[in-house]
Every structure is written in structure tokens, then in C-alpha cells.
Unconditional design. Structure first.
Length: 541
């Protein structure tokens, strides 16, 4: 990984400042993934190997201005112009499968599946361009601090994407020598793909790129907001406002048969919010909040393109009918501040989703599930959250640099589905896809600012959740909980340099996915991700 950061600021006067901020990042993944196990869709034992190299680059540029004008008891103006470009290049993603029938004896050898849909090479490029403009005006209309302060702003954002892919498959040619070919297909991959085996009667190379494997898309957002901040009777602080957004998403592609597809989604959304804080005393608050937010589908989620997900070993297909989701958020939160930087809080919350977007399974002609996306009609989440942030110097003075952070959330989720009776093993209501019943986060931190040494060890656990929603005789796929522990260490050296070390997933527990079926639960995936370690060096200009 290669990264760079360059920020330049110029103060024209005490009331005018300009900044130019630049970021560059280049990284790559070189992955080999092997799946082994019974493949019930085809009645086979399979060993699936996927290899890919993906390079990514991001560059971002931002010009920012900050100004103070002596109007309305003080007017602060800030604005920003931004441009960023990200590139993703996958020059040769390869996939192949060895298999044998489930009822074959253990001594029966595995055979390479010379099928153009299973033995493939993938070439893909993606380019994103993002343009942004925003400005904010912060008015102080009154000399008295308790009277309202007004803030208004405008935003425009444009994002466009170009995606192109080519896919090649390997198939068995006609009129070959079956016995000879069968013996060759039992060999290792490097011995199968010898020059003498690439011929019209044995291994053929064919392009299987479909018209839907490329698309162009863009998104435009124009928004404006108005908000005010006021203190009432020295007991209540009220922050409220409203944001209006006009947005459209456009996508151009083709169906499998080459017919043009045009996706055009236009929305006009009012997004109000209000936050009322009751100032019980300097160390305690009681807060009431409401807001409306939204979630837009990503470009790949509305594209008709079908791609192979190497990590989950699944085909993924977009849904051109996908809509944006609206979320109404309500919460009540009690906060206590025992000391500087410390917090004890408890919250009750409720979320109402309209058209939530879910990951689902859809059937294919080959009886092999494809992952896709769909809107549900509505969903409800409500729950309870506990949070604590505490310095450990109350134990002993030697613990002054240690702190503990903990968070526990318990959620009840419900979404209604239309069940016509064909899915008798599925309930008429279930949790929202991806929503767990609980989330735990615990962290122990050590910070020595004088010595420039920081370290943390963090524990995380998420309860069972629906990874993908089932269909027909394919039940929901449930992701089971795992315990995650991460370690991070950083040390400042020579004033300008910082060395960083991180270790992720120290316990290295297997990820277990269970699929519900009419014949009972079955293991869908057992994933071994492995531990990851990184070492980095940062220089501050």
C-alpha cells in the first residue's frame, strides 16, 4: 500500500483562510480462496479455487475557504470545491472447479469441470469520478448567547461511473477422445493446460461476455438546509432543522439479449430533524431526538450486471427496480459525565424503515442460487443501548494512561413478508436482513502523549443475523456469531515519524453460515479467514 497526504493553508487575514487538501492512496489485494465441500445444487463434492489480483487507487483534491464577516453580530462563511477519482482494475480473475459425485467412493479421483460457466477468466475495470460543491452560512443574529443561532447551506454533488468487463470460459470441444480427455482432466491444473491440450477437439477458449456486463451510471444530488440552535430557560438546548434533497440516479446498460436498459430514479425528499437536550446539571443530560434519513442503492446494486463474488463463492446480480430507503429515527438518551473525557449513557431507540434494501437469494435456471437485492415494504427496529467510557486512574495512579470503553446494544427487529404458503419453514415475520439481536464492543486503551505511545485491544461480538434472505425451497442463510479481538500499537519516533502495527482477528474463529431448508438446517459455508498483520510507517510534514 502506498499513500500520500499534502495539505496547504494560507491565511490571507485574520478573517479569511484558504486551504488546499490532497490525498492519494494506492493498494492491491492478491487473493487465493479455496472452497471444499458438498454442493447440494448439483449433487457433487466440489473443490473450488478462485484467484484474483485487484489494484485500487484513489486521489482526492479539495479547496476550502473560511471567512468571517462583521454582519448580524458575526457571520461565518465556509465553502468547498472537491474532486476525487477512484480506479479499480482486476486484470485476470480466475476460477476453476474439481468435482465428483456425492455417492462416489473415496478412492474415486476428482475431475476438472471443463465448463465455460465454471472455468473462467475475468477482466474488469471501473472508474468513478466525484465532483462536489458546498457552502454554509452561520449567522449569529443576537448578542445574547441563549437566543437562536441560524445556519443555512447548499450542496451539489455529481458522481459518474464507467464499468467494463470481459469474461472468457473454457469448454470441451466436440469429437474428442473421451478416455484420453478423462485421464487428462484428473491431473493438476498446470498439467491440464498444456499447449497440446488446447485444440478444437478438447479445450476451447470462448468469450462469454454478455451485453449486461458493462454499464455507465451517474448520480446528482442538490440539497439545501436550514437549522437553528437555541437555549431555552437555561434548561433546554434545542437544535432543529430541515434538509431538502433533489436526487436522481441514472444507469445505462443492456439485457442479456442486447436490449437497452435505462434506469432513471428521481426523488424529492424533505428530511427534518430535532434534538432537545434537557440540561439536568453540568454533569447530566437527558436528550430527545428525531430525524429522517435515507439510504440510496449503490450503482452495482441497480445494474443488471451479474458477477462472481470470490469471497462468498456466489453469483451476484443487481436489481434495476431498486428504490431508495427512508428511515425515521427516534431516540431518548440519558448521559452522565463523571470526569473529563468520560461518559456513562443509556439509550432507547426506535427506527421505522420504508422500502429497506435487503440481500436476497433468487432462483436461477440451473437451480443455483444467485444473490441479489430487493426492497421490503417496511421494517421496525427498536432497542436499548448502554455505553461507558472511563479512565482507570480510580484503581491506581499508575493506571492514569489507561481507559476502558464499552458498548452493548440489544435490538428487536421485525419485517413483514408475504408468504403464500410455499415456504412453510419460513415464518410470516422475521428480523431485517443483516440486523443482529445484540452487538458488544469492549476496548482497553493506553495513551501516553508525552512518550508518543498508543496501544489498544478491542473485542467485538455480533449476534446471529440473516446474511441473505431465502426464496422458494432456499431458506434464509444465517451468519452465526464469532468473537473478534484486534490489537493496535503505534509509536512516535524522531518527532515526525510514527510506526504502526496492527493484528486483526487474533482468535481466528471460523465463520459459520447456516441455511434453513424444509429438511432442517444445513451448513452453507464454513469460512476460515485467518489472522492478518500489518506494519506501517507514517511521516508528518
Amino acid at each position: 500500500m502506498l499513500g500520500g497526504l499534502l495539505n496547504i493553508s494560507y491565511k490571507l487575514s485574520s478573517t479569511n483562510k484558504f486551504s488546499f487538501k490532497n490525498v492519494f492512496n494506492q493498494n492491491a489485494d492478491d487473493e487465493t480462496i479455496i472452497y471444499k465441500g458438498d454442493y447440494r445444487y448439483a449433487g457433487q463434492y466440489r473443490e473450488i479455487t478462485s484467484l484474483r489480483f485487484v489494484s485500487r487507487s484513489l486521489r482526492s483534491h479539495q479547496l476550502v475557504g473560511e471567512h468571517f464577516v462583521g454582519l448580524f453580530n458575526g457571520l461565518n462563511i465556509d465553502w468547498g470545491l472537491s474532486y476525487s477519482r477512484s480506479d479499480r482494475n482486476e486484470p485476470d480473475g480466475r476460477r476453476y472447479v474439481y468435482s465428483k459425485a456425492l455417492d462416489d467412493p473415496e478412492t474415486e479421483p476428482l475431475r476438472f469441470l471443463l465448463d465455460q460457466s465454471l472455468a473462467t477468466r475475468f477482466y474488469g475495470t471501473l472508474v468513478d469520478n466525484d465532483y462536489g460543491l458546498n457552502t454554509n452560512f452561520n449567522f449569529k443574529l443576537f448578542d445574547v448567547n441563549s437566543l437562536p443561532k441560524i445556519k443555512v447551506g447548499l450542496l451539489f454533488n455529481k458522481k459518474d461511473r464507467n464499468f467494463d468487463a470481459r469474461i472468457f470460459g473454457f469448454r470441451n470441444g466436440a469429437r474428442g477422445n473421451f478416455a484420453l480427455e478423462d485421464s487428462v482432466l484428473q491431473l493438476s491444473i498446470d498439467r491440464i493446460f498444456q499447449p497440446e491440450n488446447i485444440n478444437p477437439t478438447f479445450i476451447n477458449v470462448t468469450e462469454i461476455t454478455k451485453p449486461s456486463d458493462s454499464y455507465d451510471s451517474n448520480q446528482k444530488i442538490a440539497a439545501g438546509y436550514l437549522m437553528f440552535d437555541a437555549t431555552v430557560f437555561d434548561l433546554f438546548r434545542v437544535v432543529s432543522g430541515v434538509r431538502f434533497e433533489y436526487s436522481n440516479q441514472n444507469l445505462s446498460s443492456y439485457t442479456l439479449t442486447g436490449e437497452a436498459i435505462e434506469v432513471k430514479n428521481y426523488y424529492r425528499d424533505w428530511l427534518p430533524s430535532i434534538n432537545v437536550t434537557y440540561l439536568i446539571n453540568p454533569e447530566m443530560n437527558l436528550r430527545f431526538g428525531y430525524s429522517t434519513t435515507l439510504a440510496r442503492p449503490e450503482f452495482r446494486e441497480i445494474a443488471p450486471f451479474t458477477y462472481f463474488d470470490f469471497l462468498s463463492n456466489e453469483l451476484v446480480q443487481g436489481n434495476t427496480d431498486l428504490k431508495r430507503a427512508l428511515i425515521n429515527n427516534f431516540d431518548i438518551r440519558y448521559e452522565m459525565f463523571p470526569g473529563a473525557g468520560e461518559l456513562v449513557a443509556v439509550s432507547i431507540f426506535y427506527k421505522r424503515f420504508i422500502n429497506p434494501i435487503e440481500l436476497i437469494l433468487i432462483a436461477s435456471s440451473g437451480n443455483e442460487a444467485i444473490r441479489s437485492f430487493a426492497n421490503a415494504e417496511s421494517a421496525n427496529n427498536y432497542g436499548l443501548e448502554f455505553e461507558i467510557r472511563k479512565n482507570l486512574n480510580f484503581i491506581s495512579d499508575i493506571m492514569n494512561n489507561f481507559s476502558f470503553v464499552g458498548n452493548a446494544t440489544f435490538i428487536k427487529s421485525n419485517i413483514k413478508i408475504n408468504n403464500d404458503g410455499s415456504n412453510s419453514f419460513q415464518k410470516n415475520d422475521r428480523p431485517l436482513q443483516g440486523q443482529a439481536e445484540y452487538v458488544f464492543n469492549l476496548g482497553l486503551y493506553y495513551d501516553d502523549l508525552d512518550y508518543g505511545f498508543n496501544t489498544s485491544i478491542v473485542y467485538n461480538k455480533v449476534g446471529s443475523r440473516i446474511a441473505r434472505v431465502g426464496i422458494n425451497d432456499l431458506g434464509d442463510i444465517i451468519e452465526k456469531p464469532v468473537d473478534l479481538i484486534d490489537l493496535n500499537i503505534s509509536k512516535r519516533i524522531f518527532d515526525k515519524f510514527t510506526i504502526k502495527f496492527s493484528a486483526k482477528d487474533l482468535l481466528n474463529q471460523d465463520r459459520l453460515f447456516i441455511q434453513q431448508t424444509t429438511e432442517g438446517d444445513r451448513v452453507s459455508d464454513l469460512v476460515k479467514t485467518g489472522r492478518s498483520f500489518s506494519l506501517g510507517l507514517a511521516y508528518q510534514l
